[in-house]
Design a protein around this ligand. Structure first.
Ligand SMILES: Nc1ncnc2c1ncn2[C@@H]1O[C@H](COP(=O)(O)OP(=O)(O)OP(=O)(O)O)[C@@H](O)[C@H]1O
Length: 446
């Protein structure tokens, strides 16, 4: 079970607020209403929430301060009925993500929920054997209680894999996902293990952590390599003893959830560098699944791109615009260092920027705005290759130059170059070996 988004609405009950709750429920959220910040904090301590919305007529700034002091990590939206601008600004300054005017618009509430649901997206695209092999491994380990380490490049689909393993595990409690990178060590410790009243100066009351709220479901730790040494030690002890204590507590809490951790860093290197515990890595690595980079299942690019086009069109309430053949060729030829997430963001930008009734090659850009087209090398626009300059050369020569030229463009990256050329990495390696044996210089591997 994935579990619906838990949304907490804080404000005096009124028709606008009821409307916001109805819209949120309509968008798939499970809504809890609190008529003031104090009972809302109680709810957060006991059961947490995925998204909070607070009326700026309440003390939103004070509430955001309480969240910080009690080390909660939860996105907060401010809202209000023609509220004075300074109240909205103060809430944003105090850490609210955004301001939603009331009465609420369906799209705004849906977008707010979608930003949280993004992580829960269920539709999995792609049938390339390389990805299927990894998925089969995930399915094989799903029923066991053993921890799983999911490795792979940034944005390659590690969380997607974790959710798939959870889905196939048969566990009825939810999967709870925690981001470990970029969160202060003490905040993360409370987030994971909870704390008792008085554990630290801001700890006004007991708080249940995510390991506890996952019950017998799955706890997913994103970028586990970012855990502090103290939290690593606590986590290892919890895995061994199947129980833990809340921060500042002396009562044991049963740890019944299954742990799945992801990393895009090389944890063996982190062990060598002394920043990650070897005993924890050994325990996490009992079941290890490598999610392949997008270029290794390049045949899935078209289906993924079309899926994202439809997804964004639906979210914006617009008709989906197809990708032109030239745009598709650029997508296939690009190296995708940021993998599926980069592809998804690229399609999102293109869907917003495209002016015509198709998404064209020039609509595809990287996050810095540079056009993808300029980065990839493609045959002439009409799809035909300029042959005049090639006449007189042997097929073998042309093939060699094409391979070496592509490899150079890819800064030596064998996988990207093979994908662009439409050959397997093994064929690429064999060709390169022949070139080297023939005394021809080959760009070093990236
Ligand atoms: N097979 C797939 N089909 C459809 N969408 C996918 C697929 N794999 C990943 N995605 C989407 O791509 C994005 C990145 O995936 P995900 O968050 O699982 O990657 P990650 O490797 O965990 O990322 P990070 O390295 O940032 O932790 C998400 O929006 C996810 O929904």
């Amino acid at each position: 079970m994935m579990g619906p988004i838990r949304m907490l609405l804080i404000g005096a009950p009124g028709s606008e607020f009821r409307r916001a709750a109805e819209l949120a429920q309509g968008a798939g959220a499970e809504v809890t209403m609190a008529d003031a910040p104090a009972p809302a904090l109680e709810t957060l301590r006991e059961q947490g929430a995925d998204l909070v919305m607070i009326d700026v007529l309440e003390d939103a700034v004070g509430f955001l301060g309480d969240l910080r002091r009690e080390r909660f990590v939860v996105p907060v939206l401010a809202c209000g009925i023609s509220a004075p601008a300074e109240r909205a600004v103060a809430a944003i300054r105090a850490g609210a993500r955004d301001y939603v005017p009331l009465p609420p618009q369906r799209e705004l509430i849906a977008a707010a929920i979608a930003s949280v649901v993004e992580r829960q997206a269920q539709v999995r695209i792609g049938g390339h054997p390389v990805l299927e092999r990894a998925m089969a491994l995930g399915a094989a380990v799903a029923p066991s209680a053993s921890p799983v380490l999911v490795t792979g490049g940034k944005g390659s689909g590690k969380e997607m894999m974790a959710r798939e393993i959870h889905r196939l595990s048969g566990r009825t409690d939810p999967i709870v996902s925690v981001e470990c990178a970029g969160v202060a060590a003490d905040v993360l410790e409370s987030e994971l293990f909870g704390h008792e009243a008085g554990a630290f100066p801001g700890a006004a009351a007991r708080r249940v952590g995510r390991l506890e709220s996952a019950r017998t479901g799955t706890i997913f730790l994103r970028e586990v390599g970012a855990l502090s040494p103290a939290t690593q030690a606590r986590l290892l002890a919890a895995l061994i003893e199947k129980r833990f204590r809340r921060v500042g507590g002396n009562e044991d809490v049963v740890f019944g959830a299954r742990l799945i951790a992801s990393t895009s860093m090389d944890l063996e290197l982190a062990v060598e560098a002394g920043s990650f515990r070897e005993d924890l890595l050994v325990r996490l690595s009992l079941a290890r699944i490598e999610v392949p980079p997008l270029t290794e299942h390049g045949d899935d690019i078209a289906a993924l791109a079309e899926h994202f086009v439809e997804q964004f069109a639906e979210a914006d309430g617009l008709p989906a615009r197809p990708l032109s053949p030239a745009a598709m060729a650029v997508l296939r030829a690009y190296g995708w260092p940021g993998n599926i997430r980069e592809l998804k963001e690229c399609i999102h930008r293109a869907a917003l920027l495209a002016r015509g009734n198709r998404i064209e090659a020039e609509d595809l850009t990287r996050a810095d705005g540079s056009p993808l087209e300029a980065i990839v090398s493609l045959p002439a626009a009409d799809g035909r290759i300029e042959v005049d300059s090639l006449i007189g050369r042997t097929v073998e020569e042309v093939e060699r130059e094409l391979i070496l030229g592509t490899l150079e463009r890819c800064q030596g990256n064998r996988t990207s170059a093979s994908n662009i050329l439409g050959i397997s990495v093994r064929t690429m390696r064999n060709k390169l070996r022949t070139f080297i044996e023939g005394g021809i210089a080959v760009p070093p591997a990236a």
